[in-house]
Design a protein around this ligand. Sequence first.
Ligand code: UDX
Length: 424
Amino acid sequence: MNVAIIGAGYVGLVTGAGLASLGHMIRLGEANAERVELLQTGGVPIYEEGLEELLGESISSGRVSFHQSNVEAVEGAEFVFLCLPTPEGEDGRADLRFINSVIDELANEVSSDAIFVIKSTVPPGTVAALRKRLADNGSQARVVAHPEFLREGRAVSDFLNPDRIVVGAWDEAEAQAVAGLYSDLDTHVVVTDPTSAEMIKYASNAYLATRLTFVNALANVCEAIGADVLDVVDGLGRDHRIGPHFLQPGPGYGGSCFPKDTAALIAVAEDAGYDFELLRAVIHADEEQRRRVTEKVRQAAGGGLKGRRVGMWGIAFKAGTDDVRESPAVRIAALLQAEGAEVVAYDPEASIETLTMATDPVAAAADADVLLIATEWPEFKTVEMGRVADVMRGYRVVDTRNLLDPKEVRAAGLDYWGFGRPGV
Ligand code: UDX
């Protein structure tokens, strides 16, 4: 099938490369001229495991092309996927200006049997409003909801092995047309109305954020009563009704989805007259988690942070990505700096202007009073802790991800403070 994808961000690029690998012809529209030029010359603007290879294959098979003009991208399109950002507005509500302006731009540029496919996360009711918007523009084009569930760092693998595909349409034939794009994948397709499809996306992210915040709260209690949260979540996750995934305690959630989608769902509920108190508590507890980390680093530094140096391993919001959006690491670094600490960070993929970046983990630990592990990059486990101990000024390691082996750290003469574990 002929598919146009508008927006060459991580969702658009992965979806485009993935659909091309399933045999479809893809035309990607992207407003940023530099990005288009980079893609046209074989570059990939984001780090995402497997994407370069998948995109490379699609380009050499002639199935993908890149266009700075959206109008040019939708030429001959049977489906127009919108993979545009829906950032959090000032009041927590999703900002739909990119989606609305592209719908206005393309309403009369597509053929009358084309289907707009909304991949971006949009509040329930948006696709219904877009249907009206298309009609107001005099367009016959149809529109369906088709939320994405790709995790950064695993997006290519998630695209090729989805847990489910969700399509929200008023018309069964439209839903089946979109589902048909994935007929080579062995997965379950949930077909529903657009508003329910939009809600599935918010429900998934809000539930996962709640689950993590619950685990972080458990870690805090475990720490206070001398229980080991890693054993607790192991026992918890073996109940088949709960399951073992997404139970690792940490510094709180980050990234481009959870913070904005939780806030947006609260706003959706509020507009409908329901106070989503539970989710408000989740957001509050999640913020509190970063303050707890800061407090722990303060204690590890001897009670005050002014003039102290903190070596920080990891600034990406999680391992496997170079994304620092809403990263707990970056937010903790800002809290530490606000108390007068100097933060020197190392990350294998990410960097940020507000922090001094070191070129390797040992260099980040040099002269540090405290070493803070903020992102769970596996390579940190292979750093020789003896070398770290040699270069540090202090001797405490605060590990927000329970990533390192406490015995190894201690064997190097350092003091190890994990999260939610007795004696560590
Ligand atoms: C998320 C959703 O999972 C995905 O379906 C959606 O489409 C986009 O948002 P992503 O933002 O890439 O994906 O990150 P995810 O892997 O879900 O992790 C979110 C946050 O939870 C990260 O900050 C991560 O460090 C944290 N996390 C995750 C934990 O602290 N512990 C865990 O066990 C899992």
